[in-house]
Design a protein around this ligand. Structure first.
Ligand code: ARG
Ligand code: ZN
Length: 469
C-alpha cells in the first residue's frame, strides 16, 4: 500500500512514454539492447538506498509460509504477494538476499526469473497491464544469512540462534528471509504460517489466527497483521519462550515473551508494556494496533527493534526507558511511516523524546533537564556536526538522529507552548494514522497549529552542522 504516490508514478510513466517514442529511440547497438521502459525499476526511488524496494507496483498483502529447522538452520518458504501494477510491466523486481529460488509464478502461470545481487527479476509470460492487481508466488529455500554489510548498522535481518531465530530487519533486512518490496514507502498487511519443530514457539506480528496446530512433530503458528506494516517491522522470531498474556488496564491485548534465560524479565516487560501503552494512548491518541507487548530473546544484538505489535529486545533485561521508546514507535514509525530514510528523526527523535516524557511523567528527570544537559555539550561534540534531519545511509542510527532529533521536539515545545505542542503530537498521529510522512509535512503542521513561522527553528535544529543557539 503506497500513499499519494500513484499520481506521481503515473505522471512519470506518461513522461517516459512521451520521451521515448519509437522515433527517437537510439538504434540497438547489437551487444546492448535499449532498456525496456516497461520493466519495473530495480529501486523504489529513495536516493540514499537506490536499490531498496522496486518500481512499477505496490504491494497490498504478503502471505508468508515459512518452515524453519533450528538444528539445520534451513528455511523453506513460499511467499505470495498481492500487488497492484502502477505501470505496464514486462518484468519487475523483488528484493531477496541469498537463498535459492525454485519457482516463481505470476497469476498462477510459471514465470522466468533471474538473480543479480539482491535483486530477483521476474518476467511473467505476458506483460501485466498498468493499474491492475496481480499475484506473484515465490518458492525458495536455503540457509538465511543476516546482513552484516555495514559496521554502523550492525547485524540485522534473520539471525539464526541456538533455539530458533532473532528477526529484526531495520532498515532493509527483510530481504534476508522473504522476497519483498523492501522499503518503508510500500506498506502492506501480512499473514504468516510458520512451521517449527514442536516445542519451539513462533512469534510474528499481530494476532494468532487460531490455535497452533501440531502434526508429525511440527507445529504451525498462524499470525495475522491486519494493519499496514513496513517490511522492516515484520518478524518471525523463533525459539523457546516463556509467555505471559492478558490485557492492559485500558483493555488492549498484551503479550510478553522471554527466552528462558531472561525469565526474570517477563513480568517486568509485561507490566511496563501495559502501563506505557496505556499512557502513550493518552498522550499520542488511540493505540494504532490490535495488541502490545514485547519479546526478549537471547541474542546480543546491541539494540532493540520496534517490530509492529511486538518490539524485540536483543539479549538484555529491558527497563522502562527502552520500553517507552519502542512503544512510542508504534505511533511514530509504525503507524506513521517515513517515506524515505533521511527522515528517520521522525521515528528516532520522537521515540527518544518519549523516553524523556516518560521520565517526566514518573516524576524523575524532566524533558527540560535532558535538553539542557545535552545542550551543554561542547561545540565540537560530534552530535553538532551531524544534522539529524538528513540521516546518512551509512550511519542511519547516529546518536544525533536520536538525541538531537529529540531536542528538536523540545525546542519546538518551548517555542509553541505545551498546549499547542501536545495537540500537535495527537493531530500528527491522527492525520497520518497508518500512512506515510515527511519532515516537510511535520513542519507545515507545526506552523499551521501554532500560527508561527518555525523555519528558523527547524533549520537550526535539523539541518545545520553546528550547535543551535
Ligand atoms: N529502531 C531501533 C530503535 O531505535 C534501532 C534499530 C537498529 N538497527 C540496526 N540495524 N542497527 O530502537
Ligand atoms: Zn528507536
Amino acid at each position: 500500500m503506497r500513499f499519494d504516490r500513484r499520481g506521481v508514478a503515473m505522471l512519470a510513466t506518461l513522461i517516459s512514454v512521451l520521451a521515448c517514442s519509437p522515433a527517437d529511440e537510439p538504434p540497438p547497438t547489437g551487444h546492448h539492447l535499449p532498456a525496456d521502459h516497461r520493466a519495473g525499476a530495480p529501486g523504489i526511488g529513495d536516493p540514499d538506498f537506490p536499490t531498496d524496494g522496486n518500481g512499477g507496483y505496490d504491494v497490498s498483502h504478503y502471505d508468508l509460509a515459512i518452515d524453519y529447522t533450528p538444528t539445520t538452520k534451513r528455511l523453506e518458504g513460499v511467499t505470495t504477494i498481492h500487488a497492484g501494477a502502477t505501470q505496464e510491466l514486462t518484468s519487475f523486481n523483488l528484493d531477496l538476499a541469498g537463498l535459492t529460488v525454485r519457482e516463481v509464478s505470476v497469476d498462477g502461470a510459471p514465470a522466468t526469473f533471474t538473480r543479480k545481487g539482491d535483486e530477483l527479476t521476474v518476467r511473467p509470460p505476458q506483460a501485466i497491464d498498468g493499474n491492475t492487481p496481480f499475484t506473484v508466488k515465490v518458492t525458495y529455500s536455503g540457509l538465511p544469512k543476516p546482513a552484516t554489510n555495514n559496521a554502523n548498522l550492525g547485524t540485522y535481518g534473520f539471525i539464526p540462534t541456538s533455539d530458533g531465530a532473532f528477526v529484526a530487519s531495520e532498515p532493509n533486512g527483510s530481504k534476508t528471509w522473504f522476497p519483498n518490496n523492501d522499503h518503508p514507502s510500500d506498506k502492506a498487511t501480512f499473514d504468516f504460517a510458520i512451521t517449527v519443530p514442536a516445542g519451539v514457539t513462533a512469534l510474528a506480528n499481530g494476532e494468532l489466527a487460531g490455535q497452533p496446530t501440531t502434526a508429525g512433530g511440527k507445529t504451525t503458528y498462524r499470525w495475522r497483521e491486519r494493519h499496514p506494516m513496513a517490511t522492516y517491522l515484520a518478524t518471525a522470531t523463533l525459539g523457546k519462550f516463556e509467555l505471559r498474556r492478558g490485557n492492559t488496564a485500558a483493555g488492549i491485548a498484551n503479550l510478553a515473551a522471554a527466552d528462558p534465560k531472561f525469565k526474570a524479565s517477563l513480568n517486568g516487560l509485561y507490566t511496563a508494556s501495559a502501563e506505557i501503552t496505556d499512557y502513550w494512548s493518552t498522550v499520542f491518541g488511540p493505540y494504532p494496533f490490535s495488541s502490545t507487548g514485547g519479546v526478549v530473546d537471547d541474542y546480543s544484538a546491541g539494540y532493540a527493534l520496534e517490530n509492529q505489535t511486538k518490539p524485540l529486545y536483543g539479549g538484555f533485561d529491558p527497563g522502562e526507558t527502552i520500553i517507552a521508546h519502542e512503544l512510542a514507535h508504534q505511533w511514530f514509525g509504525n503507524s506513521l511511516t517515513i517515506r524515505r530514510w533521511k527522515d528517520l528523526w521522525l521515528n528516532e527523535g520522537f521515540a527518544t523524546y518519549a523516553e524523556w516524557l516518560w521520565s517526566e511523567h514518573k516524576g524523575k528527570k524532566t524533558a527540560e533537564s535532558f535538553f539542557t544537559d545535552f545542550h551543554q555539550r561542547p561545540a565540537d561534540d560530534p552530535m553538532w556536526k551531524y544534522p539529524p534531519g538528513r540521516a546518512k545511509p551509512d550511519d542511519l542510527f547516529n546518536q544525533s538522529v536520536y538525541t538531537r532529533g529529540g531536542m528538536t521536539l523540545h525546542a519546538l515545545r518551548k517555542a509553541i507552548g505545551d498546549a499547542t505542542f501536545f495537540t500537535l503530537l495527537k493531530t500528527w498521529a491522527a492525520e497520518h494514522r497508518y500512512g506515510h510522512v515527511t519532515t516537510e509535512q511535520f513542519v507545515d503542521l507545526a506552523e499551521r497549529l501554532s500560527g508561527k513561522d518555525l523555519n528558523g527553528l527547524f533549520d537550526a535544529w535539523l539541518f545545520q552542522p553546528r550547535r543551535p543557539a
